[in-house]
Design a protein around this ligand. Structure first.
Ligand code: PEP
Ligand code: MG
Length: 590
């Protein structure tokens, strides 16, 4: 992109609210060509070693695959892989690439991709079908090596220049988690939905985020171009004019001013204007957010997504390390309650070394409690660490993604085993810990009566409940129009769960992203939800919404909503009500 390039406005999907004005930082964009950039003379050795590691890892993969094929007596396949291993030792993949990196001072993936393309041309001109087929092996290997290179280039979000707007094809939850909000002022990805786990982290950190397929079409090969992320409207402005910049600076100041004004509600009670107390708790992902939780007047932690602290690790940490972390969090809360959710891994949350599931849709696979019930030792060591930390405060345990009663019963049995182990070790722990069940799958909502009779509280995870009820991948922004938390089926499920919790006399809360959207506050209250757990940053906004509604009005609104038949109609009604009742917040432009 050149300085003479005009301002470009792209429309995308809003993921995390707020305005970011910064410099483009291209993290990794996907198009068919490998990214091309220059390497400083001092970095050439590092670049070559990055490349060598990628080849080494690819070789290990192929050897592993070969051993597996041999074990399954698929000799022919194993021989084909022999050919691939030979190719990887070929100077084509070793000396030539290294020499070219030194000569051209270009990045490894670009050099590698150029050489592969050259070979492709040569192979295509060969008449012999056997040799033409051999090129498929080279392609196969090159894809592997390219994937490893891409991975190795993506580990560097930790130390990027301050004021960066990170642009990537996609972001994982751990990448978003390691981004420092002092340096990263905005995110733009080609893919990614509003309730993807990367989105949740961005919201928790207050980093504006827009996903926009069109970003890959723009020639942004240089970093440092001015870029604006409008997380309210879902717009990106590349190379803004001085006038646009000044307009956005004013909007950003207005937003900050509004947020400062909202902070005033922090010290006020969280109650409706007809006097009902609504418990507002915080969702916690990163341990260092804990100080904010107290400052924002939260009732405690309603959902501690424990898996986040370990996503950047190679493996699950041992019980003692977990214990130390949980204990620190619990002590910092100084007797405010905390609900620790056991690891919800799988889906879009994987540990660094966790193998990516080979088959199908990981969100429908071995995720959360299913994973834990398969990996009983991992599960039990987490339970033991939580039980021990429980001695230092008010701790409850929450099981994620329960889909059947027997899973809850099995998990509770393991909890008893964990207690027994601790007794045998004469370890101090909390005996009467409360156990809750997440309602995130329609099957769980429909049997919420059965689940409620087996646990102490329910927590409705609407991010997944919407995804699984409506069969819409929460991370796919192309499907956002189908991802409707106001779909009547979702609202009926919520109502059903709340009624069952009431019948069984146990508390129920909502901890999905709708809990942080003030348009939903009166509806949820009207459906009987009196506890919400949400990103700390939005606590003042939601408290403001609570204080601007009455239970009577909320109940009437919920009754009306339940007579409506389309998600869009309901969303419009909620927006209208919100704008009428909380006019000072309208510039959020919902
Ligand atoms: C949810 O699904 O709503 C939820 C709170 O869990 P997570 O977003 O971590 O999947
Ligand atoms: Mg969930």
């Amino acid at each position: 992109m050149t300085d003479t390039m005009r301002e470009i406005v792209l429309k995308g999907v809003p993921i995390s609210r707020g305005i970011a004005i910064g410099k483009a930082f291209i993290f990794a964009l996907s198009n068919d060509d490998a990214p091309e950039f220059n390497i400083a003379a001092d970095d050439i050795d590092h670049e070559i070693s990055r490349y060598q590691k990628a080849v080494e890892n690819s070789k290990k993969d192929v050897l592993r695959l070969q051993a597996k094929l041999k074990e399954e007596c698929i000799e022919e396949g194993a021989e084909i892989l022999d050919a691939q291993i030979q190719i990887m030792q070929d100077p084509l993949l070793t000396v030539s690439v290294e020499t070219e990196i030194r000569r051209t001072r270009k990045n490894a993936e670009f050099v590698f991709d150029s050489l592969i393309k050259k070979y492709q041309k040569r192979f295509q001109s060969i008449k012999d079908a056997f040799f033409r087929e051999r090129f498929k092996d080279i392609q196969d290997i090159s894809r592997r090596v390219a994937a490893y290179l891409k991975e190795s280039i993506r580990v560097s979000l930790v130390d990027i220049p301050p004021g960066s707007v990170v642009i990537a094809e996609d972001l994982t939850a751990s990448e978003a988690a390691e981004a420092n909000s002092r340096d990263v002022c905005g995110f733009i990805t080609q893919n990614g939905g509003a309730t993807s786990h990367a989105a949740i982290v961005a919201k928790a950190k207050g980093i504006p985020y827009v996903s926009c397929q069109g970003i890959a079409e723009i020639e942004l090969e240089e970093n440092n171009i001015n870029i604006i992320v409008d997380g309210r409207k879902g717009e990106i402005i590349i190379n803004p004019t001085a006038e646009t910049l000044s307009t956005y600076e004013t909007i950003r100041n207005d937003v900050n001013h509004h947020l400062t004004k909202l902070q005033k509600v922090e010290s006020l009670a969280s109650e409706t204007y007809d006097g009902y107390t609504i418990k507002l708790s915080a969702n916690l992902e990163m341990v260092n957010e804990i100080d904010l939780i107290r400052a924002n007047g939260s009732h405690g932690v309603g959902l501690f997504r424990s898996e986040y602290i370990f996503l950047a690790s190679e493996e699950f940490p041992p019980e003692d390390i977990q214990f130390e972390i949980y204990k620190r969090v619990v002590e910092k809360l100084d007797n405010l309650p905390i609900v620790i959710r056991t690891f919800d891994v799988g889906g879009d949350k994987l540990l660094k070394n966790q193998p990516i599931p080979e088959k199908g849709n990981p969100f429908l696979g071995c995720r959360a409690l299913r994973f834990l019930l398969n990996e009983r030792e991992i599960f039990k060591s987490q339970l033991k660490a939580i039980l021990r930390a429980g001695v230092y405060g008010d701790v409850s345990i929450l099981f994620p993604m329960v889909s059947a009663l027997n899973e809850l019963i099995e998990a509770k049995a393991l909890l008893e085993e964990a207690k027994e182990d601790l007794r045998m070790r004469s370890e101090e722990f909390v005996e009467n810990v409360k156990v809750g069940c997440m309602i995130e799958v329609p099957s769980a909502a429909v049997i919420s009566d059965l689940l409620a009779s087996e646990c102490d509280f329910l927590s409705i995870g609407t991010n997944d409940l919407v995804q699984y009820s409506l069969a819409v991948d929460r991370g796919n922004h192309n499907l956002q129009k189908y991802y409707s938390p106001t779909h009547p089926s979702v609202l009926r499920l919520i109502k059903m769960v709340v009624s069952e919790a009431n019948i069984h006399g146990i508390p129920v809360s909502v901890c999905g992203e709708i809990a942080s959207d003030p348009r939903f506050t009166p509806l949820l209250l009207g459906l009987g939800v009196h506890e919400l757990s949400l990103a700390t940053r939005f606590l003042p906004t939601i408290k403001n919404a609570v204080r601007n509604t009455s239970i009577v009005a909320a109940t009437q609104l919920a009754e009306k909503v339940l007579t409506l038949s389309s998600a869009e109609e309901i969303m419009n009604l909620l927006t209208e009500e919100y704008q009428n009742n909380v006019p000072e917040d309208c510039f959020y432009n919902y």
